[in-house]
Ligand binder design. Structure first.
Ligand code: ZN
Length: 202
């Protein structure tokens, strides 16, 4: 039986601006790959297109302040069990797997292949962050309530400080979007900030 229930979004604390120390902050871009973002992709999140520019400006600002930029790249091979849930997507080496041209990683950025929703699961992300002494994570990308939220949750459990700019994450439904903001701010004690442009690095 399917049931539709109407719920109200509980209050979400939203910050107007945030300043972060460049030295111990990283910007994480989750799964901004052709299959999720671009027309013709296998699992497109239409809203993701609107997040490209804010993320691009944030990444530029991060690089010019020597803030580390880290990408996750969802990756599957033939016969991956996730294909039973989602159909084939981001198969290694395909166009859909590649990170979108607008957000092409620079030489000194870190790109981590991940196989599940969580950017920490089975990847060296935690080790890398610890090695560089990073404590604050600005998390961006798609899909909000799937890979972004699982990555943010995993960061929260490890006591990283999470900053989530609202204009840099995208979901398939409004519910999924607000659920993500609510979980990050309330459950993981993160900072939800209205725009990526309002984040400053010192
Ligand atoms: Zn996947």
């Amino acid at each position: 039986m399917n049931e539709t229930v109407k719920v109200e979004v509980p209050e979400i604390k939203i910050a107007d601006a945030v300043t972060l120390p460049a030295r111990d902050t990283a910007v994480i871009i989750v799964d901004m790959q052709n299959d999720f973002v671009k027309e013709g992709g296998k699992l497109v999140v239409p809203q993701a297109r609107e997040t490209i520019e804010p993320i691009r400006r944030l990444v530029e600002k991060a690089r010019s302040n020597s803030v580390r930029v880290i990408y996750t790249q969802d990756t599957h091979w033939d016969g991956d069990p996730e294909f039973k849930l989602w159909g084939e997507h981001v198969k290694i080496g395909t166009w859909g797997w590649r990170i979108i041209d607008e957000l092409k990683p620079a030489e000194n950025d870190i790109v981590l292949i991940k196989t599940r929703y969580d950017g920490f699961y089975g990847t060296p992300l935690d080790d890398i962050l610890r090695s560089y002494g990073i404590r604050n994570l600005v998390i961006t990308g798609t899909v909000a309530n799937i890979c972004v939220l699982h990555t943010a949750a995993s960061a929260g459990l490890r006591w990283y400080k999470i900053v989530l700019p609202m204009d840099t994450v995208s979901a398939l439904t409004e519910f999924d979007y607000y659920l993500t903001l609510r979980q990050v701010s309330w459950l993981y004690n993160g900072i939800v900030v209205r725009t990526a442009d309002s984040i400053e690095f010192t």
